[in-house]
Design a protein around this ligand. Structure first.
Ligand code: MF3
Ligand code: CO
Ligand code: CO
Length: 265
């Protein structure tokens, strides 16, 4: 049987929305401030200051001993990249994962940026990662099932010829950063846990250009693709209502679900 999901009242959703908006604003800020020549630790510091100035704090710092305030996963690093002295260069594909809490309520989102124009391959991957996330969110409606979400993600990635890292999943979020339900990035339509009003969870597929296999790097955290192919990720926190699903981490972008390409990168 499925594990119990802590459903949220609309007041609780509004608390999560606050954290989500702070994270969203930070991604817009990073668009203009992240530049070649900065180290990923510089980006980490900038984010930490921004979150505090906004009345929140990083949920990741110290989480299970994680050393950063954010995850910075560059090029072949797919997830959980530890901010370091690595200096960003033109053409780098940089995924930034930010989880913040305000008054104990967490919001979680990831965005991938290309520094400069990027190669055609990097742009194709970015487009695929964006569309897979949006396809998953379109399926995340009350009355449907989590298998519909996974199937939509998997099918969308397949159309672009991209792999999905199946070990990494979305998750419920609220007073804990990771709650039930687990949101798989693959599945069969009409199967899995029913999606009901009050659920708040993330959709966060990680796509890559090569084989969807990973290895852990020497820092003990960073997960790289086994074949060093490029990877990209978009993560959004969504809240399910009876008649609509709101993307809590994307309030400033109208019609996001229909965009072919991320609105900024
Ligand atoms: N924000 C990540 C997620 O999407 C969690 C990263 S855990 C860390 O679930 F320890 F690597 F930071
Ligand atoms: Co995240
Ligand atoms: Co997450």
């Amino acid at each position: 049987m499925e594990k119990a999901v802590p459903l949220k009242t609309s007041i609780e959703v509004s608390r999560i929305r606050k954290s989500c908006r702070l994270v969203e604003t930070l991604f817009l800020e990073l668009k203009s401030r992240m530049a070649p020549g900065m180290t990923t630790l510089d980006v980490n510091g900038l984010c930490d200051v921004f979150l505090r100035a906004g009345g929140g704090a990083s949920s990741l710092k110290g989480y299970r001993g994680f050393p950063g305030s954010i995850c910075t996963s560059v090029n072949n690093v797919a997830a959980h990249g530890v901010p370091s002295e690595y200096r960003l260069g033109l053409g780098d594909l940089v995924s930034v994962d930010i989880t913040a809490h305000i008054d104990g309520w967490h919001g979680d989102s990831a965005w991938t940026y290309i520094l400069g124009d990027g190669t055609p391959d990097a742009r194709r991957l970015l487009k695929a990662a964006w569309q897979a996330t949006m396809a998953g969110i379109r399926a995340a409606k009350a009355g449907r099932r989590l298998g519909d979400v996974g199937a939509a993600i998997q099918e969308s990635a397949r159309r672009f010829g991209c792999g999905v890292l199946d070990k990494y999943v979305g998750h419920g979020i609220g007073l804990d950063m990771h709650e039930e339900p687990m949101v798989l990035n693959f599945g069969s339509p009409g199967t899995g846990q029913p999606i009901v009003p009050g659920m708040v969870f993330t959709i966060e597929p990680i796509l890559c250009l090569g084989a969807p296999e990973v290895r852990t790097l020497g820092d003990g955290w960073s997960i790289a693709t086994a074949d060093n192919s490029l990877s990209a990720q978009f993560e959004q926190t969504v809240a399910v209502f009876r008649d609509r699903t709101e993307i809590l981490t994307l309030s400033s972008v109208k019609g996001a679900l229909d965009l072919e390409f991320p609105p900024f990168y």
